[in-house]
Design a protein around this ligand. Structure first.
Ligand code: F3S
Length: 388
């Protein structure tokens, strides 16, 4: 891979150890995928934040980077952590809070913003055509497909390296020839709810792996496409889909999604019919509109005893919907920022059964949280958690 003089000096260690390590990661990746050069990025979004998943070895590595001068050279944001600031710290050990705090502080030393959300695009929406280096698969697929920006599906180390260098290797979805659809999907069923979109996503992710589909007949809102993309990126490696195409191509492989495929996914993502201990809305983190919908549906209702309702979103969104937050809290629900069910320890809070409207969460929770799940649309989730 061609490197500028400055990039070569960085690789040789002239700009310090943190930059050298970062350059090594980017060059290794570039060589592996045949990139010819590095290109500047508008932002990096980093996963690898939750102490639940990171553990102590990663803290040591972050500490080394931060003390050896690592500083983000571009706008850099963070995915959710294992804790919010108000509710969960009181319910876990002090050690967990301290470790999680240390991780966020180390990122902060590296000029990486503690946004702690998987929907960084609500805070600052990147423009179509901009090059990014984002980890967090749900954000990647949304950025490429809905926002029309260009990013590969980065891992935690490569997104961090890109943040510190301000560049990423030019390969994969940074090149227009790799962004062409290579499979056509016909929707033979009309999705009615956000969970239908999620179920279609789970089905397609398994079927298509890392292919780029054009999905004919897909007319969802941005929130519904967010559900579909997040789910597709969970069961498969999808990083880009198209909701329409100028014309169908005879040459491309074609497949279809039928009502029975959606039903099959829905039933596979319901491992229990017991009443849930915890109902979770907000994977990916809720938009303003999604918080509003929850609040409107909760007006005059109360969460039943022995159950919890979590609505997860970013601080940015929460700040802008104070009225709706008030309604949710008066009903006995919690609006949590900085975290989500998958990256915290819900089992330790006594939750054995989880209900959610997110296919992504329902797909991962049985393994990552060791709980039983039920996937249901918002109205059914709220019915299950409310006493009226
Ligand atoms: Fe976001 Fe957590 Fe879902 S990080 S995409 S809410 S699993």
């Amino acid at each position: 891979m061609y490197l500028t003089k400055q990039e070569e000096r960085m690789l040789d260690g002239e700009y310090g150890w943190a930059n050298q390590v970062s350059m090594k990661i980017l060059v290794r990746l570039g060589d592996l995928f045949g990139a010819k050069r590095l290109i500047p990025i508008q932002s990096a979004h980093l996963s690898g934040v939750s102490y639940k998943h990171l553990g102590d070895a990663a803290i040591e590595f972050l500490n080394e980077l931060a003390t050896q001068g690592g500083k983000a050279e571009t706008l850099a944001t963070l995915n959710p952590s294992s804790l919010d600031q108000q509710i969960l710290p009181k319910r876990y050990s002090k050690e967990r809070s301290a470790k999680q705090g240390e991780i966020i502080e180390l990122y902060g030393k590296m000029r990486i913003q503690p946004t702690l959300t998987c929907t960084p695009y609500y805070l600052q929406t990147p423009k179509a055509g901009q090059h990014l280096a984002w980890a967090e698969s749900s954000a990647v697929v949304y950025a490429n497909s809905v926002l029309k920006t260009w990013t590969n599906r980065e891992g935690a180390p490569s997104a961090l390296a890109a943040a510190l260098v301000g560049k990423t290797p030019n390969y994969g979805l940074h090149q227009s020839e790799n962004r062409q659809p290579n499979v056509q999907v016909k929707l033979e069923t009309e999705p009615q709810t956000e969970t239908d979109y999620g179920a279609i996503g789970i089905h397609l992710g398994k079927l298509l792996k890392d292919k780029i589909p054009t999905i004919f007949g897909l007319r969802g809102s941005d929130d519904e496409l967010k559900q579909l993309g997040a789910a597709m990126a969970s069961s498969g490696m999808t990083a880009l889909f198209y909701a329409e195409a100028p014309s169908k191509s005879e040459k491309l492989e074609t497949t279809s999604v039928e009502a029975k495929d959606v039903e099959q996914v829905m039933s596979s993502l319901c491992t229990t019919d017991q009443t849930p201990d915890l109902v979770f809305i907000g994977c990916p983190h809720c938009s303003i509109n999604e918080v509003k919908k929850v609040a409107q549906a909760l007006e005059g209702r109360k969460v039943r005893k022995n159950a919890e309702l979590w609505i997860c979103t970013s601080r940015y969104v929460k700040e802008r919907v104070k009225n709706y937050v008030g309604v949710i809290e008066r009903a006995g629900g919690h609006v949590l920022c900085d975290t989500c069910v998958l990256v915290t320890w819900i089992k330790d809070l006594g939750a054995d059964t989880l209900m959610t409207n997110s296919a992504k969460t329902a797909f991962y929770a049985p393994t990552l949280n060791e709980v039983d799940v039920t996937l249901k649309p918002l109205n059914k989730c709220l019915k299950a958690v409310c006493r009226n």
